[in-house]
Design a protein around this ligand. Structure first.
Ligand code: SF4
Ligand code: SF4
Length: 439
């Protein structure tokens, strides 16, 4: 691995080395410009370089480089099909470079106290989730208070979390609590067993996604257990808190590797979390845990990816008896962190089995993890959300029908800006089976 990829390398947080690597990569991107429409990092970069006579990134000041870093919200879309990516002589990996630059800024004292405080709130997703599900009525009063209201502004002042964008609400019962108390079903024919890793979003907020996932899997003879792993750590990673992320990754790798070794693959229903497990744990854990991290990555699946893998194999029968409510058309958002896993559009393929016609939106919603809720990201997120929502509305106007997306945060953006209710693809399948919704 190069210093760009390896957080355990001596030069990973070195400012001069990181800035020199940024200059090298920015020059390659400038000669390519394929990603100019993906986010504001690239236009910011290219506009600056166009102002230099020689267009060379070596002219950029640290502040100019930091403007590019600060505009990146880690959608990872620029890694999809990059012709200069890892494995080529240029070895460009913009998302990883942006993560390294953020960590370097933090380590070298270039990030403010407010960012550090915000990271403490957003990074401790399990602690905050446990407290907020226990006090859901009160917590949701704050979360659901109108954008810009005094309550949201006070909350923002204390935490650094956005006062203007919609936040996901908390459930009154955790997913794992529901899972432990639910009536057991007798499976006619057990076909497989999995461990569900709900991660914080499904454990504390989108618990209905987890419930429908269990019901769909059990209907298909897949026995489910729930992992003891903690929040995947994405907010720490995206905030540049590499030591805290590495500690969490090491804990989760040990837990998940034991679960894999006991014979159950890991199923993660949120794309950012599965992306982190598959693409970041191995490089952050100590050398002694790397083999376990690779074992976990190789046996971790998105919810639809796992079902479609079994369906496409020879020894498994997926129930395609969709006698429930099947939408004629579905506007489907394929989240960036699923696209960059390059496992195909398996949620689309799964929903297609119902007979629904599906139109796919591939744009980033501008929010890729809880870290994206920091108030400092308001402008970036709003610009990106505007483009995303206009794509959703354009496609939905052509075909109406249901709206689906795997990412709960992107679905929250849709709810914030439209009257549409976007659900997880597994919930489309649950209703198509005739499984009633939880509420
Ligand atoms: S990230 Fe890759 S595809 Fe995008 S502009 Fe840079 S070199 Fe081109
Ligand atoms: S990861 Fe996304 S936001 Fe960051 S530079 Fe790449 S395309 Fe832009």
């Amino acid at each position: 691995m190069t210093p760009v990829d390896d957080p355990n390398h001596d030069l990973y947080l070195d400012e001069a080395a990181t800035r020199s690597e940024m200059a090298r990569v920015f020059d390659v991107c400038n000669s390519c410009r394929r990603c100019v429409d993906l986010c504001s990092s690239f236009p910011t970069l290219f506009e600056m370089l166009d102002r230099f006579d020689d267009h060379a990134a070596g002219n950029m000041t640290p502040a100019q480089q930091d403007a590019v870093v600060d505009a990146c919200f880690q959608c990872t879309l620029c890694s999809v099909g990059c012709p200069h990516g890892p494995g080529t002589d240029d070895a460009v990996d913009m998302p990883r470079l942006m993560l390294r630059a953020t960590a370097m800024q933090l380590d070298n004292g270039h990030r403010g106290t407010r960012d550090k405080i915000t990271a403490q709130f957003l990074g401790r997703a399990d602690l905050v989730g446990r407290l907020n599900t226990r006090t859901a009525a009160a917590a949701n009063k704050v979360v659901e208070a109108p954008a810009g209201s005094w309550l949201r502004r006070l909350h923002s002042r204390l935490t650094g979390i956005t006062a203007t964008r919609r936040l996901p609400t908390y459930a009154t019962e955790r997913f794992s609590t529901w899972f432990a108390r639910r009536p057991r079903i007798t499976m006619q024919k057990k076909q497989a067993s999995v461990t569900l890793f709900p991660t914080c979003l499904v454990e504390y907020q989108a618990t209905d996604v987890g419930k429908d996932l269990v019901k769909v899997y059990e209907r298909n003879g897949i026995e489910c257990g729930v992992s003891n792993a903690k929040c995947c750590g994405a907010p720490w990673l995206h905030a540049g808190e590499v030591d805290r992320f590495a500690k969490l990754a090491a804990h989760n790798v040990a837990t998940l590797a034991d679960e894999v070794r006991s014979g159950t693959p890991i199923v993660v229903p949120q794309p950012t979390c599965s992306h982190v497990v598959k693409h970041h744990y191995a490089e952050h854990v100590p050398e002694s845990s790397r083999a376990d991290a690779e074992l976990v990555a190789a046996h971790t699946y998105d919810a639809a990816e796992y079902l479609m893998m079994l369906h496409r194999g020879d020894d498994y029968v997926l129930d395609t008896d969709f006698t429930g409510s099947v939408p004629r058309t579905i506007t489907y958002h394929a989240p960036s962190h699923l696209r960059s896993q390059e496992t195909g559009l398996t949620s689309r393929d799964l929903m297609r089995l119902t007979g629904a016609r599906i139109a796919v939106i591939q744009q980033s919603a501008g929010i890729e993890s809880l870290w994206g809720y920091r108030a400092a990201d308001d402008t970036i997120a709003s610009d990106q959300a505007r483009r995303f929502i206009s794509a959703v509305e354009r496609v939905h106007a052509q075909q109406s029908g249901a709206v689906a997306g795997d990412c709960h945060l992107a679905n929250t953006v849709i709810a914030e800006h439209t009257e549409l209710v976007a659900v997880h693809p597994i919930q489309i399948i649950a209703r198509a089976y005739g499984i009633p919704g939880s509420s």
